[in-house]
Design a binder for this molecule. Sequence first.
Ligand code: TRP
Length: 452
Amino acid sequence: MSEKRSSFSGKLGFVLATAGSAVGLGNIWRFPYLTAKYGGGIFLLVYFVLVITFGFALSCAEILIGRKTGKSAIEAFSTLNKKWSFVGWLAALVPVIILPYYSVIGGWIIKYLVAYSTGGAKAAADSNYFSNYMGQITQPIGWFLLFLALTAVVVLLGVEKGIEKVSKILMPALVILIIFIAIYTICMPGAIEGVKYYLVPDFSQFSATTVLGAMGQLFYSMSLAMGIMITYGSYMKKDVSVSSAVHQVEIFDTGIAFLAGLMVVPAVFAFSGAENINKGAGLMFMTLPKVFDKMPGGAIIGLLFFIMVLFAALTSSISLMETVVSFVCDRTKLNRKLACLLVFLLCIVLGIPSALGNGVTGVWDSVKLLGFSFLDFFDFISNSVLMPIVALLTCIFVGYVIKPKALIEEAELSGKFSGKRLFTIVIRYIAPICIVLILVFSVREALGYTKV
Ligand code: TRP
């Protein structure tokens, strides 16, 4: 194409767009339940350490690869070195796996939104509400299809800008609401034990799986290891400081995840007792309605909450689908409409198993892959296998093939690159060694799982 690549206006534009893709269900739904599952404070600590080391280095690497080449993932890798374009291909596979099950969770959000808007707040607070819903057939599939269709319509009509405008207002409102709910929760009897569980690390809970869980979550939450940041980087102007933009996105993304954890984890202690902390993917849906039920005006607050979360989820799913569609368009010469339809159909085929095999009470839960239900399996394969592999290959590529210096020079086009030593050390040594170790441990564990 001969036309000039459009670019973000300045740093604020870049940070807002990147944060829009980063903040989503990963922060609000996934982070709290993983923290609860992996021992609270210890997971939080490991996650923080990973954000400022791995997260920083990998974000910089991907953005700089994009900015240096001005291309999206596959072309960017092959421009720098023909033999390495396969990393771009692998990265492109990740959103194809994530989008279908992301839409399943998006469907759960719509289900609760509808419940709250039709006077179902009391019913939703019942302990069996979530599991009853998950055990059905038409509902989990129906709400999933609705969420996916909403996403597809936006991508098809190309009205992302409209959604972005609305979410620029709703996202800050969501943050305020989360803070409010968190404060309310913490003040409830019994919640303080949960705050302790969340904030004070218990080192006896530390294990390779904690680190793997935190690493997968980091990739997921910051939209790393799937070529997305390369594309975003390709739209970034050369005079914007990459390191400070990355710091801002990190603070934003991690801050919201932290607050979401503070909203959900102590509530579990207040309502269901510590033994219910390991409820898995449904944790937020089982816990928050109970909080809303106790709150004056809780039915309205709950409704507002689910509306805002829906928008946060949609901005992410739209950007995920956008990625897959433009990939299909580039590779197959199909027009956008057809590509969109194709991706929509593929997501239905891949999503229905996750809607029914949801690991809670799903009718397909008896089918296990590596010991996981369908939903957990797709989550595991993308976050704990494919993304670490893409991240590892990216590190080797930057550290030893094109060399960190090539990207540092690119970063220094906008002045000093603070953190360049950290960047080099993490990319060349720390990240590759840790990722290999963690992968080996976790795959062994997953395989051991099936033998039992
Ligand atoms: N980061 C998003 C979230 O926290 C999920 C996500 C992963 C994503 N990869 C993405 C969103 C790519 C948009 C584009 O929910």
